[in-house]
Design a protein around this ligand. Structure first.
Ligand code: UD1
Length: 417
């Protein structure tokens, strides 16, 4: 398994860019199945998770061509409606395909999804939503079988604004009959990107980005070209990496509107931030100040940035409290940070981080995607050399992260074991 070797202590300076969004690409790639035609996607990040999604599409009978960040899907001849269990286990977002497959074929077979180990991640809200649409959902020998004659528009009130459940219900309803209304929908920008893609393909979806989404079923879709939005979590990660090293960077192809709470917290911690049309300039102080963070569904502070912010607060002046309200077990990375000298106590849903003068390089392990990114950020600040093992988790979600950090002056190498 490969590792990163990072020599800390260098200020990040200069310019880099943000890649296309992982969490927008995954449901949009899944949505191409709905169309009996050609979808051209641009700005798709070449990372493990998008490659896995493409792999599943091919298994279902799609023809897919990839060239750098362009992906062309021809889904006219999809001939399979079962998602292979091995690929399903590779990542949780594969569950999003269920909505598209059942939407197009009126049947779908899949198993429980895998993904990062960040606590219990049930799919009950997805299933309840499907059942409301008239889909019969049965479980047999670990497989989930969805069958329906006709998907009928209805009203669905989500118990919790789950991103995946909102997307799955939209996807299942696009080719349904009549109007579906989702209340208490997730408001994440990736859902708006999915809506924009679907509408460009001929669907009639409105309200994404608000708590109420309305889908008017259509009978047919058409060929489409679409440019995926920038990744807001990568944006936040690169800003944090520069902030912790006391650097100054320009981040191009970024959408600051999507990461307002992250920008607010970086400013509260002492960074100067200037926002231009599609780039962000961050100028960090020598030492950050402690801040408190509460993760919330969008537009609150994103849970995906929690560990990365946790890493930068380890050497801030004062004590910070981070409260995780979305996922259980999302503090595994804190044990690794403690090995680097961080002073952290876990209390119920919160981390209490007492800022220390220095972190020290050592051998640590990525435990999940964002926890792994947190270790990169900590290693960039630490004195000496850090080896981060199991970087496969990081490669699931960050495109060319080491190249971007090297461009900014970071000292990072990949060690292939
Ligand atoms: C998506 C993102 C992930 C992000 C998360 C929250 C993608 C590919 N992933 O994940 O990066 O961290 O949103 O912003 O877009 N829940 C249930 N039952 C369900 C579904 C969810 O109880 O049927 C719970 C989950 O266990 C979790 C919470 O709801 O505690 C949020 O999950 P959800 O919004 O669904 O996250 P994902 O779509 O999995």
């Amino acid at each position: 398994m490969s590792s990163y070797i990072i020599e800390g202590g260098k200020k990040l300076e200069g310019k880099t860019y943000v890649s296309g969004s992982k969490n927008a690409s995954l449901p949009i790639i899944a949505a191409t199945i709905l169309n009996q035609g050609i979808s051209k996607l641009y700005n798709v990040p070449r990372i493990h998770d998008t490659q896995m999604m493409i792999e599943i599409l091919k298994k279902l009978g799609c023809k897919v061509k990839c060239n750098k960040n362009k992906v062309v899907v021809d889904s006219s001849n999809v001939n399979n409606y079962e998602i292979p269990e091995r690929l399903m286990r590779e990542m949780r977002s594969s569950v999003i395909l269920a909505g598209s497959i059942v939407g197009r074929y009126k049947k779908a077979i899949f198993s429980y999804p895998g993904g990062c180990d960040i606590g219990v991640r049930p799919i009950d809200l997805h299933i309840k939503g499907f059942e409301k649409l008239g889909i019969n959902v049965q479980e047999s020998f670990g497989k989930i079988i969805c069958l329906v004659d006709e998907i009928k528009g209805t009203e669905i009130n989500l118990d919790f604004p789950s991103v995946g459940a909102t997307e799955n219900i939209i996807l299942a309803s696009v080719l349904g009959n009549g109007k579906t209304i989702i209340r208490n929908a997730a408001m994440e920008p990736e859902i708006e990107d999915l809506q924009n893609f679907l509408n460009r393909m001929g669907a009639r979806v409105e309200g994404a980005g608000t708590k109420t989404i309305i889908i008017n079923g259509v009978h047919k879709l058409k060929d489409v070209s679409y440019n995926i939005m920038p990744d807001r979590i990568e944006t936040g990660t690169l800003l944090c990496a520069a902030a912790v090293t006391g650097g100054k960077i320009v981040l191009e192809r970024a959408n600051s509107e999507h990461i307002k709470p992250v920008i607010d917290k970086l400013e509260e911690a002492g960074c100067k931030i200037e926002i231009e049309r599609d780039f962000i300039i961050l100028d960090a102080p020598k030492k950050l100040k402690a801040v408190d963070i509460n993760t919330m569904p969008y537009p609150g502070f994103p849970t995906d940035m929690q560990s990365i912010f946790g890493a930068i607060l380890c050497t801030a002046t004062g004590t910070s409290i981070i409260t995780e309200n979305i996922f259980e077990s999302r503090f595994k990375y804190s044990g690794e940070l403690q090995r680097m000298g961080a002073k952290i106590i876990i209390k119920d849903k919160s981390l209490i981080i007492k800022g220390v003068r220095k972190l020290y390089g050592t051998k640590v392990k990525a435990t999940d995607l964002r926890g792994g990114a947190a270790l990169i950020v900590a290693a960039l600040k630490a004195k000496g050399k850090t080896e981060i093992e199991d970087i496969k988790y990081i490669l699931r979600g960050y495109e060319k992260i080491e190249k971007k950090l090297i461009d900014l002056g970071g000292n990072i190498k990949v060690l292939i074991n």
